[in-house]
Design a protein around this ligand. Structure first.
Ligand SMILES: *Cc1c(COP(=O)(O)O)cnc(C)c1O
Length: 394
């Protein structure tokens, strides 16, 4: 049987590893040595479970979407991560990592953010724990995501605009790593997805795996079996998808469908479909698939959804694709917009634009009536209203 877990060297097949500057070696190796025992300790479990329940609002509902099911001729359940505190799945990860930081005796938090969703989730848990928080954000993103910048500031975080490169997520991540290099002893870096050097991809996947743990329990209750026929999730760096599939990876009867952002189309220069368009390289400490030119320069990704335009992808997902464990769809801007309106009008749920890419997979698959499909709605769409309205006017 294939093993989809990370190996002791930090690899998923050919992808992963920990390529960090010498100065970070100590901090990263300490995390590698300690993360599993911290995450499995009774003290961590107790505190994590308590915060997920009382602060985040878990378990999130598994909602049988009847009108959507009727439309696609199968039984669709929506995993409602949009109902979490701060409006997305990202809070599961930041709650977990701030507890890890505390266990390691760190006193200061840095984070990167693109659209601002991870920055807000990090600033939120820092407020909760009374820890200073610095969030690096590309200047371009600071300007186009004002509301999230103001939220982070209200929460007490310092937002540092990054002016290198294209002034977006990749550059913000570089800057956060640079800060960590300057303060390796007292600072903990909360990464927002299943990316970065080992052990981050595995640690974030484990923290988000509360999603698939709940799906199993909830499906057993309403379907009499814990396993669905299909799982569907969108992929930026891969954390909500990793959380959705985690406990189903070794069951080949569960089909995994992932949606990456096609942008204007994978045959145009305006795309963020890393798995379709990428080739092997190293970004932010790990071997993975990357959008790059012939000289290895990272290409600027494009998607209508600010949470999906990352030029890399988690090493786990690169592996799942290479091993054909997951089928990956490039869902374009217009398909995602159409899917978002469809969910809104059929079910009264306005999804995040990222999640709308997962919904955009539904018309591409031929389901049968008894198929049980679980689709993760990773976040709510309040932040995307302007984009949605602009589309409606056309
Ligand atoms: C950040 C974000 C994503 C993409 O990140 P993953 O790590 O791939 O899950 C998807 N949906 C929402 C709502 C987000 O905020």
């Amino acid at each position: 049987m294939n093993d989809y877990r990370v190996d002791e060297r930090g690899y998923y097949g050919a992808f992963g590893g920990a390529y960090v500057p010498e100065i970070l070696r100590g901090a990263v190796e300490e995390l590698q040595r300690r993360y599993v025992s911290i995450l499995e300790s009774a003290e961590f479990r107790r505190e994590f479970d308590r915060l997920l329940r009382d602060y985040v609002g878990r378990p999130s509902p598994l909602y049988p979407a009847e009108r959507l099911s009727e439309k696609y001729g199968c039984r669709i359940y929506l995993k409602r991560e949009d109902l979490n505190h701060t409006g997305a799945h990202k809070i599961n990860n930041t709650v977990g990592q701030i507890l890890v930081a505390r266990q390691l005796g760190k006193r200061r938090i840095v984070a990167e953010t693109g659209a601002g969703q991870h920055g807000v989730a990090a600033a939120t848990v820092c407020a909760l724990m009374g820890m200073p928080c610095v969030v690096y954000m590309g200047k371009t993103d600071v300007e186009r995501q004002r509301m999230n910048v103001e939220r982070m500031r209200m929460l007490g975080a310092e937002v540092r605009p990054v002016v290198s490169g294209n002034m977006t997520l990749k550059d913000a991540t570089n800057e956060a790593i640079r800060d960590w290099c300057a303060h390796p002893d007292d600072t903990y870096y909360i990464i927002g997805s299943t990316v970065g050097p080992h052990p981050y991809p595995d640690m974030v996947a484990r923290l988000q795996s509360v999603i698939s743990e709940e799906i199993r329990r909830q499906l057993l209750e309403c379907e009499g079996r814990p396993n669905p026929d299909y799982l569907i999730a969108c992929v930026g760096g891969g954390s909500n998808a990793a959380g959705t599939v985690y406990h189903f990876l070794d069951d080949p009867t569960v089909k995994i469908l992932l949606a990456e952002a096609g942008g204007l189309g994978i045959d145009t220069p305006m795309s963020a479909a890393t798995i379709h368009l990428g080739c092997k390289g190293i970004l932010h400490g790990a071997h993975t698939l990357l959008m790059q030119d012939e000289d290895g320069q990272i290409l600027e990704p494009y998607s209508i959804s600010a949470g999906l335009d990352y030029p890399g992808i988690g090493p786990l997902h690169a592996h799942l694709f290479t091993e054909r464990r997951a089928e990956v769809f490039a869902v374009n801007d217009d398909e995602a917009l159409r899917a978002a309106y469809e969910l809104t009008r059929l079910e009264g749920i306005i999804p995040a634009l990222e999640s709308a890419h997962a919904l955009g997979v539904l018309p591409r698959v031929k389901f049968s009536l008894q198929d049980v499909v679980v689709l993760t709605v990773s976040g709510r769409g309040d932040k995307d209203l302007e984009t949605y309205l602009k589309y409606m006017e056309r």
